[in-house]
Design a binder for this molecule. Structure first.
Ligand code: NAP
Length: 491
């Protein structure tokens, strides 16, 4: 059975989830868009406005203040979130189909990788929350200061479309577990799985109003959430351009806490002292071209020593032919298509720009038919690139890799760090001193040595410079969703 037909067995909910109920946008507006897996038109997801955001925030605030969630013990909240993770697992197929339908990413990628990771993230945070302690400081003989973690109150989450449930789980799980009430604004390209989550939170036992979903356009629903004076923190993943706006909204309104996970232009250095050139090329191709390069931490700038360049580029070109896009619902295909026609046009403009800037563009031979009506792009490897070109500086967010040849590792690290971004990067070398030196000097939140994309919920994820402020994942993420409060006690 075509997995797309399987979607028919599920009732697709398109309304907002506010105060425990599915509701239309108050002015009846809906999102209309073209789906990228076959070019069909799709309409009907509620496009929330200020009025809907106000309602969601008001219900979140009321339930937060009632204490039915915020005053539960961490172990009580843990049990409920573990139930939610179980329910997400039961609904894994439905969630994966919804995300594939809207974003065009391969179904098996969602069902085998992305959704299991989201569920594991919820379990990780749930299991961790009742192991946290407050602090007590015996300041003087007669005085003690207690430093408590207190929830922020109502928090807004604004998320992107490229890995919808994973990024959402990284935020809603620690936020809820710390006792906050959540209003989530998913990306307009990937709202259905977030909306579906609403009913699962109810079934898991999360009280009405504690978890709300306001789908809609960023300029309207997202902006109103980030400007709202009763929202105490806004936690955003998306582009650096919008991340900067979120900071402005916080400043214009109530100085709410802001955390940002933004884009990247990941440097991938291969040294002349690397003994596994072919492996370095294979790992790069996988991390760069899966999901059509729509990965924030993709290693999109390869910086290769001239003496290993020819071997490296030859393996890379041959590997790239494994990442030809296909029909998103085909269970044998790992590469779906890009998310939208706009993304398709944007990425293709960059490939044209590469030639205009003087780069050589390699595309692997495509032997299979392009899925009918789909917006998909085969990998592009750009050679003869220098780091001043726009194709080396700007995040393309497509299967487009810039390759820069260098004479030395000194030049390599200087190029790697010459970027507005600093999310993730890699160094491939078998010289231990060089490994120590370059991994320490690389200006990024996440650096891989002789590997890429290693991932675990226990390790923080996020960038420096314009890749963001604050980190998702790990026990440190809890701190983002609470304040510290000092209580002085005199005896
Ligand atoms: P985006 O255009 O910045 O949008 C992100 C979210 O912000 C969406 O929900 C969007 O709503 C909303 N938004 C747009 N304009 C807004 C405004 N004026 N006020 C408030 N919210 C607004 O990013 P995207 O295209 O969805 O995602 C791709 C980007 O995310 C890439 O740059 C990628 O690197 C980054 N990303 C980073 C990480 C990380 O962990 N560092 C992870 C994944 C993705 P609409 O959908 O309605 O526009």
């Amino acid at each position: 059975m075509d997995m797309l037909n399987k979607l028919n067995i599920y009732q697709i909910e398109k309304r907002a989830y506010i105060n425990g109920e599915y509701v239309d946008a108050s002015d009846g507006k809906v999102i209309s868009k073209t789906l990228s897996f076959d070019g069909r038109e799709f309409s009907g997801i509620a496009a929330c406005s200020k009025e809907d955001v106000d309602k969601a925030v008001a219900s979140a605030k009321a339930v937060y203040e009632s204490g039915v969630w915020s005053k539960k013990t961490p172990s009580e909240r843990k049990e409920i979130l573990l139930k939610l993770a179980d329910l997400m697992e039961e609904h894994l197929e439905e969630l994966a189909l919804l995300d594939t339908f809207e974003t065009g990413r391969a179904y098996i990628n969602y069902s085998r990788d992305s959704l299991p990771k989201a569920i594991e993230a919820v379990r990780y945070f749930a299991e961790a929350v009742d192991k946290l302690y407050d602090e007590s400081i015996p300041v003087r003989g007669t005085d003690t200061a207690v430093i408590k973690k207190v929830p922020l109150g109502v928090v807004g989450l604004i998320t992107p479309w490229n890995d919808p449930m994973v990024v959402t789980a990284w935020k809603f799980a620690p936020a809820l577990l710390m006792g906050n009430a959540v209003v989530l604004k998913p990306a307009e390209q990937s709202s259905l799985s977030a909306i579906c989550l609403g009913k699962l939170t109810k079934e898991a036992g999360i009280p009405d109003g504690v978890f709300n979903v306001v789908p809609g356009y960023g300029e309207e629903a997202g902006k109103e959430l980030a400007l709202h004076k009763d929202v105490r923190g806004v936690f955003f993943t998306g582009s650096a351009e919008i991340g900067k706006k979120i900071m402005e909204y916080a400043g214009q309104s109530n100085m709410k806490r802001v955390a940002l996970e933004c884009g990247g232009k990941g440097p991938y250095i291969v040294s002349d002292k690397c003994n596994r050139i072919a492996e370095a090329a294979v790992v790069l191709a996988k991390n760069m071209f899966y999901n059509q390069g729509q990965i924030c931490s993709a290693p999109s700038r390869a910086i290769i020593h001239k003496s290993v360049y020819d071997e490296f580029i030859s393996v890379l070109k041959s590997e790239s032919s494994k990442y030809i896009p296909g029909y998103s619902f085909d269970e044998t295909n790992e590469v779906g298509c890009v998310v939208s026609r706009e993304q398709f046009d944007k990425v293709n403009r960059y490939i044209e720009l590469a030639s205009e800037e003087g780069a050589d563009v390699f595309r692997p031979t495509v032997t299979k038919d392009k899925p009918e009506g789909a917006y998909c792009i085969s990998p592009a490897i750009l050679e003869n690139v220098n780091n001043d070109m726009r194709i080396a500086r700007e995040e393309i967010f497509g299967p487009v890799l810039a390759v820069i040849k260098v004479d030395s590792m000194e030049e390599a690290i200087s190029i790697a760090n010459d970027s507005e971004y600093g999310l993730a990067g890699a160094v491939w070398t078998d010289d231990v001193n060089e490994a120590f030196d370059l991994t320490n000097r690389m200006d990024a939140g996440l650096v891989h040595l002789n590997s890429y994309g290693n991932d675990d919920n226990s390790s923080p994820f996020g960038g420096v410079k314009q890749s963001g402020i604050g980190k998702d994942k790990s026990v440190h993420a809890f701190d983002k969703y609470c304040d510290s409060k000092t209580i002085w006690m005199h005896f």
